[in-house]
Every structure is written in structure tokens, then in C-alpha cells.
Design a protein around this ligand. Structure first.
Ligand code: ASP
Length: 324
């Protein structure tokens, strides 16, 4: 059966996918369906991994990253480490459409958003602040007692005594465990009735990240890539997708006629090449609407809908155990 259009997204995308599906059903563009779906996810105050109330950095400041990419032209736009704007996906799209650039960060991204007339606002409320203190005080993580001390020390000494803290505590392991438990970020990939693909990613990044840390989500080739034949996006420990150039590798395999499922499986199997622990979830869809979600963490899932369906359905992502 030929699919006329299709949409897929990570597990937290269900709040936005019906809107994206409606856009596609009515003949709208994949880029619009991606952006509008992600804006709804960015608005969700209960999602602590994306947009408003996204998890803050170590100093309690929310810094957001987002990217969008169109397959047929490979036009792309991204923003990173952006404060005070709740819809980084729309600003990323504007970077793509109206600037001579593909990527703006920090101050520059905020200045650009302001120049476009986007509203500058507080993007964390009491709930987000409570979540931050929960982690600061070691409450909602199963951590050894040193973990609580670690995060406090990191917070208090980030500026002056960071080297000391890094040598006295297992900081890297702590972040690995945290990213395993606090995994989130949203990916949406759409195929429209013209046969065009687009992909988008939005995130607040790794919880309690160092200020200025940027993960894979806004990096073309790592956390996102889109060609005429395949859209790919990742979630999980961004440092891993950055180091493996995951999204571009998976897209290339699909261009070379592997199925999305196999291309993503090979992406996950590449984890064997690095020693670090960490979660990676790869979501991909080709221009026939064939979608796959593959991961090294059990129990993850994604959503999918196409022209034969009324609403998105939940699908288990294929789990591959990677032993070190
Ligand atoms: N990949 C995101 C990052 O590293 C985080 C996540 O997917 O949870 O910023």
C-alpha cells in the first residue's frame, strides 16, 4: 500500500502529533507539520525535557536547543543555548529561511529572536524550579549519597574550583546515570503529500548540564539529518550521537538502500565502538513512510501515523542490548 503522507515522533510528541497529522491530511507542508507539532510540545509545562519548564542547567537557567531540516533542499536551521524564548523550533526555522546562516547560538540567537518580535519571557515556573531543587537535593534519583554532594559542589564551585571538584568526584559517571534516567527531548519527522520530508528536534538538553553545554539536538549530522529519502533524529545522551555522527550515518545507509529499521540498528550497534555508557534512541522515516525507532534502552517507544490512519499509534522501539 502506498502511503500518501506520514508523521512520527518520540514518546513525548503525542501532544503535538495530531496537529501535525491534520496539517498533512489537509495537504500542508512537512516543514509546517514539524514546526506546529513541536511548538505544542515546547508549550507543555509538564515535559521537563523540552521548551517551557525544560530542565535547567547547573546554575538553574533553562538553555534550549532546536533544529529543523528539509530533505529535498537540505536547507537547515538551528539555535543553541538560547534563553528566554519558549519556541526555539520557530526561531531555528527562521534561521533557515531568512538568514544566510544555518546555526545561531546564545546571545546571538536571542538577539535574532528579539529582532523578529518574539516575546522574551521567563520560561520556567514553580514546577520547573521545584524539579531543579529535587535534583539538587538528590530526591528523585536513585543515587549514591555522594551524588547529592556532587551536584551541590558543582553548583557552588563551578567558577572557582571546578578542577578540584572534577578530580574529587565521579562527575562523568554521574551525568551518564542522570541522562539515562532523565531522558527526553522531542523528535518529529514528517512526509507530506508532495513526497517531501522534514525533521525537527527540540530540547532543554541534559539536565544539570554545564552552562553553555550543547548536545546533539541542534547539530546537523549528529542529532538530526534529512535528505530526499530519509529523515533521522536522535534522543539520549547527546555526547554519544555527536561523537558517532549518528543521524548522517543512518541517513546515508538509507540512501544506499538499507531499510530504515536496518540503518537505525546499525546506528545503535556503533555504540560498541565507544566505551562510555549512555542511552541512544534513533528515530527514522523514509520517503515511503517506513518508520523505525531503535534504541539500547528497553521500554522506549515512539508514535507513528500515516494516510491510512485516523490518529497516531504507539509503537515499541526495537531494543538492542549493547554489552560492553
Ligand atoms: N539528546 C539530548 C541532549 O543530549 C538529550 C535527550 O535526548 O534527552 O541534549
Amino acid at each position: 500500500m502506498t502511503v500518501e503522507y506520514a508523521i512520527c515522533g518520540t514518546r513525548n510528541s503525542i501532544i503535538g502529533l495530531p496537529t501535525g497529522l491534520k496539517i498533512l491530511t489537509e495537504g500542508g507542508a512537512a516543514l509546517d507539520a514539524v514546526e506546529e507539532s513541536i511548538r505544542l510540545i515546547e508549550n507543555n509545562p509538564y515535559d521537563i525535557t523540552v521548551g517551557f519548564n525544560g530542565f535547567p542547567n547547573l546554575m538553574g537557567v533553562v538553555e534550549l536547543d532546536a533544529s529543523i531540516m528539509e530533505g529535498k533542499t537540505r536547507r537547515a536551521g538551528a539555535v543553541a543555548a538560547m534563553r528566554n524564548y519558549r519556541h526555539p523550533i520557530s526561531i531555528a526555522r527562521k534561521v533557515m529561511e531568512i538568514t544566510p546562516h544555518a546555526f545561531l547560538v546564545g546571545d546571538g540567537a536571542e538577539r535574532f529572536a528579539r529582532a523578529l518580535g518574539y516575546e522574551d519571557e521567563e520560561i520556567i515556573d514553580e514546577l520547573g524550579i521545584k524539579n531543579y531543587y529535587n535534583i539538587m537535593e538528590g530526591r528523585n534519583l536513585e543515587m549514591p549519597p555522594e551524588a547529592q554532594q556532587l551536584v551541590r559542589e558543582l553548583f557552588m564551585r563551578f567558577d572557582d574550583h571546578l578542577q578540584e571538584v572534577m578530580s574529587d568526584y565521579p562527575v562523568k559517571e554521574w551525568y551518564q546515570k542522570l541522562s539515562f534516567e532523565q531522558q527526553g527531548t522531542t523528535n518529529v519527522i514528517c512526509l507530506d503529500q508532495n513526497g517531501d520530508l522534514a525533521a525537527g528536534v527540540s530540547t532543554s538538553g541534559l539536565a544539570m548540564k554545564f552552562p553553555g553545554r550543547v548536545g546533539d539536538s541542534p547539530i546537523f549530522g549528529a542529532g538530526i539529518y534529512c535528505t530526499e529519502e530519509a529523515g533521522v533524529a536522535c534522543t539520549g545522551n547527546g555526547e554519544i550521537a555527536l561523537r558517532l555522527s549518528t543521524a548522517r550515518m543512518v541517513a546515508d545507509r538509507i540512501e544506499r538502500k538499507q531499510t530504515p529499521e536496518r540503518a537505525a540498528e546499525l546506528g545503535i550497534l556503533e555504540l560498541k565502538q565507544i566505551r562510555d555508557k549512555g542511552v541512544l534512541h534513533i528515530l527514522t522515516m523514509d520517503n515511503k513512510g517506513r518508520c523505525a525507532g531503535v534504541t539500547n534502552k528497553s521500554g522506549l517507544y515512539h508514535y507513528y501515523a500515516d494516510s491510512s490512519m485516523k490518529e497516531p499509534e504507539k509503537r515499541a522501539s526495537h531494543y538492542i542490548k549493547i554489552s560492553k
